[in-house]
Design a protein around this ligand. Structure first.
Ligand code: SAH
Length: 345
């Protein structure tokens, strides 16, 4: 977090400024400007010119550049592909929901989890994002779109719990009253199931929503599509979910991508029901987004409805996620993947 003022808390910025011989009140000024999404220190008009120059020379802002923007004609969803200071790209999606504007942000460049259906993991993990790079996606989506952001989902490229410290710092920053002041209750974090990290997150007792990418009711199915299950089988994962609920009293969301013939049968729904019994759970069914490189196909509408009915009849609330931005490749990693391929060609 060194060398990036926007990854620092106001107190840490205060320390930096103190060493530069600045009075204490400057920390809050700098922090507030940074979290407004200024593009240069020149915009920090209430700072002395000499200080602005020193900061610019020592702490580059590394503002991300929009290299692609796709806007859905159907629902106003906007997807941004950002180029970072080192040439790597990540995606952010802005979605308009009735309860507020939501951004889906990335936490890593690529991903090392290897899920069979996911475009983000195809080239593996390139690197983790710094706290400020995660925050910049929220800030500059707001600046670029002119839409105030009230909700965040950590469901873009990357595995948030594989970048634990930087993600925790990001949450602290985006939640700070002098910053974007986004409520923890308006933030969802999704994980493929890194059990030790779920326990570590539980210790923090945050009010965020935890989402678990389950995608299968048993080890046999999960092993076929999610390598992480070999390290942390489903029983261990669900035990961690029980502990998480005991620690936080927050209901857990289970994401379930509906894949034709693989995890969408009647027996799968019944098994899932049995597994989730006794847990304060909600199942979010996602019709699989087809990824070019993958042979997996989305479930039929009938299979989705049958699955949902079995869960609901069994007392587990289940919703089918509305697919936004279907016309603009708005699912995980697809735009970055296309862009990288084109650049190479
Ligand atoms: N790494 C985290 C968060 C990123 S993905 C995780 O695994 O939870 C956000 C959600 O989209 C996850 O549930 C993921 O499994 C799902 N997803 C990825 N590719 C998909 C696809 N092609 N169709 C439907 N859902 C997909």
């Amino acid at each position: 977090m060194k060398n990036h003022l926007k990854s620092m808390t106001a107190a840490e910025i205060g320390q930096v400024l103190k060493e530069l011989g600045q009075p204490a009140f400057r920390a809050k000024q700098v922090y507030t400007w940074l979290h407004k999404g200024v593009r240069s220190y020149e915009e920090m008009t209430n700072l002395p010119k000499a200080l602005r120059d020193t900061l610019a020379a020592t702490y580059p802002l590394n503002i991300p550049k929009v290299v692609r923007k796709q806007e859905s004609q159907r629902d106003g969803t906007i997807k941004y592909l950002w180029e970072l200071h080192d040439g790597n790209c990540v995606e952010t999606v802005l979605m308009r929901y009735h309860y507020g504007n939501t951004v889906c942000i990335s936490t890593e460049v690529g991903c090392r989890m290897g899920c069979a259906f996911c475009a983000s993991t195809i080239g593996g993990l390139v690197r983790k994002l710094e706290p400020y790079e995660i925050l910049d996606q929220v800030l500059f989506t707001q600046v670029e779109s002119g839409q105030p952001i009230s909700h965040i989902v950590l469901m873009g490229i990357g595995e948030p719990l594989d970048n634990f410290d930087n993600v925790m710092r990001f949450l602290e920053l985006v939640n700070s009253p002098e910053g974007m002041n986004i409520s923890m209750r308006h933030i969802s974090l999704s994980t493929c199931g890194l059990v030790p990290m779920i326990d570590k997150l539980a210790e923090k007792k945050l009010q965020i929503s935890l989402a678990i990418s389950l995608h299968g009711p048993n080890d046999e199915i999960r092993n076929r599509i999610m390598p992480v299950n070999k390290a942390y089988p489903i029983d261990e994962l669900l035990a961690a979910c029980h502990r998480y609920y005991a620690a936080t009293s927050r209901r857990i969301h289970f994401e379930y991508a509906m894949i034709d013939g693989l995890n969408d049968r009647e027996a799968d729904a019944k098994e899932l029901l049995r597994r989730l019994k006794g847990l304060q759970a909600h199942v979010n069914m996602i019709p699989l987004n087809h990824v070019e490189e993958s042979p997996l196909k989305p479930s039929s509408r009938q299979a989705v409805q049958r699955f949902q009915k079995i869960l609901e009849d069994g007392g587990i609330p289940a919703t089918v996620r509305r697919t936004l931005g279907g016309d603009i490749d708005a699912s995980c990693g697809q735009l970055r993947r296309k862009y990288t391929k084109e650049k190479k060609a």
